[in-house]
Design a protein around this ligand. Structure first.
Ligand code: HEM
Length: 137
């Protein structure tokens, strides 16, 4: 079997046992049967997502390059979507993480400006208030 083999969600879902375990990561299909006993994160987590799209579960852990190399070796095909199938999970692949991290930095920058502006406005208001109080005395 090769990457050109296509599996529908229905076909993949049938491989959901410890003795026959397929996972989907980034729309590729991996046969994890031989790896399930060796997984450093335990067999339970793999069985939980057996036969399903586990892209988010896989990416959430922040797996190492070594883990991704193992994954490459388990590749058996790609997902063939038919109408009604779940959408691809959106977690970015590590290759695009530089752009997503820069956009999150930009988000932080905007947030920081907002904090400074609001903080400044409050300080200005407080200063005016105190001035007015002093003039009344
Ligand atoms: C076939 C797909 C997978 C492969 C090849 C794989 C491989 C690995 C490898 C090599 C590690 C050791 C740490 C590292 O190198 O990053 C690891 C750790 C881990 N994996 Fe996976 N993994 C897969 C899928 C999953 C999935 C779907 C989950 C779901 C939550 C998961 C959860 C974990 C956890 C929690 C650890 C950390 C274990 C620890 O540090 O105690 N893995 N995995």
């Amino acid at each position: 079997m090769s990457e050109s083999t296509e599996f529908t969600f229905k076909q993949i879902a049938e491989h959901n046992t410890k003795k026959d375990l397929y996972l989907i990561v980034h729309d590729k299909v991996y046969d994890c049967t031989s790896f399930v006993d060796e997984h450093p994160g335990g067999e339970e987590v793999l069985l939980d997502v057996g036969g399903q799209d586990s892209t988010e579960a896989f990416e959430d852990v922040g797996h190492s390059d070594e883990a991704r190399e193992i994954l490459d070796g388990l590749l058996v095909g790609t997902v063939k979507r038919v109408p009604g199938d779940p959408e691809p999970q959106s977690k970015a692949a590590p290759a695009s993480s530089s752009s997503s991290s820069s956009s999150s930095t930009a988000g932080f920058g905007v947030g920081l400006y907002a904090v400074i502006l609001i903080g400044g406005a409050i300080a200005y208001g407080a200063y005016n208030y105190l001035q007015a109080q002093q003039q009344q005395q």
